[in-house]
Design a protein around this ligand. Structure first.
Ligand code: GLU
Length: 340
């Protein structure tokens, strides 16, 4: 091709690229505007819903102001949408279980979870001992307390300190920021977690806990006491939505091949014995915590996080579930299909 023709061809290509980029940018901006509008609507609609009550079996959680309510959406292109009390740190509690599962899979492969913990929903409360006894002795799945403590025991470590540091470093990578423990929550839970200590001993006795029971319970209690804001938890969820790469820092936190398996367990067991109703209404992989946080993942698109302390009878935040459900329904985000 002569140089003039070649120059024209390149110019045309550059122009096409600019137009396509412009269209993409406009679409993203519109999507962000729609998301922001829906998040605002959801917050306004449910902020005065006073149903449910704070968890009080961990005494420090009963003292968290019940009216707090924050919502954050983080999209896979790194857009952040915040509404309400998004700067208040709260304890991650059982939302942490997702990320310890990811760490174990990354270190030891998916089979470490499937074979040594199992991935079956229990239909029982999060701290059920009966569920262990009724199964084959394994901990059922990594999102109930027995399975989460078993997952902690599978983190490759020579000491409690190393086990804890690996977990905290992993969470911080997912959040894209250095996270720390909320000491008042940790002290309160560590002084009262007799049931979890019992669960660890039952599992150890049947050969389904893979490190010292009290060490694992303590590290598990610390991981549940990690403080997060809505945005930090939403970036953690956004990393899963983005195939394992943090959408803000661009760091890979878990191999892409593990993500669908993590999301599958979130779909089936993320809401404990409320998982069926959640799949029915919101249709999203999600994980709840008794601190009032919920992280929901829309694969390939975004994470939606809600935080509000009052819980329903299954231990799931009332306002956060209603708000996420509202956004999901309005945008047809269910992984089972838009239904319209
Ligand atoms: N740390 C809490 C416990 O072990 C977590 C429970 C939850 O968030 O569902 O009871």
């Amino acid at each position: 091709m002569n140089p003039l023709k070649q120059h024209r061809a390149w110019s045309r290509l550059a122009l096409i690229c600019l137009v396509v980029a412009g269209i993409a940018a406009t679409a993203t901006a519109q999507d962000a505007a729609t998301l922001a509008k829906l998040a605002k609507e959801a917050h306004a609609k449910f902020k005065d819903d006073a149903s449910g009550k704070n968890a009080d079996y961990i005494p420090a959680l009963a003292k968290v102001p019940s009216q707090l309510f924050g919502l954050t959406i983080v999209t896979v292109d790194g857009t952040v949408i915040n509404v309400g009390d998004v700067n208040t740190g709260f304890s991650i509690q059982s939302c942490s279980k997702v990320f310890t599962m990811a760490l174990v899979m990354q270190e030891s492969g998916a089979s470490a979870i499937l074979d040594k913990v199992n991935v079956e929903p229990t239909g029982e409360a999060f701290n059920s001992i009966r569920a262990i006894e009724e199964g084959d002795g394994r901990a059922d799945n990594p999102f109930v307390n027995p399975g989460a403590i078993a997952a902690v025991s599978l983190v490759q470590a020579k000491s409690a300190q190393e086990r804890w540091e690996k977990i905290l470093a992993c969470y911080s990578r997912f959040a894209g920021e250095k996270l720390t423990v909320l000491d008042d929550i940790y002290t309160s839970e560590a002084a009262t977690n007799f049931r979890n200590r019992g669960i660890a001993h039952v599992l150890f006795n049947s050969g389904h806990l893979y490190a010292e029971p009290l060490e694992c319970t303590d590290v598990y209690t610390k991981q549940c006491s990690v403080g997060v804001t809505c945005k930090q938890l939403a970036v953690m969820g956004g990393t899963l939505a983005n195939g394992g790469v943090n959408p803000v820092t661009q760091e890979r936190c878990v191999d892409a091949k593990h993500v669908p398996k993590i999301l599958a367990v979130m779909t089936m067991a993320g809401f404990y014995d409320g998982s069926g109703a959640w799949a029915w209404s919101a249709g999203l992989p999600a994980k709840t915590g008794v601190g009032g946080g919920i992280v929901a993942v829309v694969p390939g698109k975004m994470a939606i996080v809600g935080f509000s302390p009052p819980l329903d009878s299954f231990g799931n935040s009332v306002r956060a579930q209603k708000a996420i459900q509202y956004i999901s329904e309005n945008l047809g985000l269910s992984i089972f299909g838009p239904g319209k």
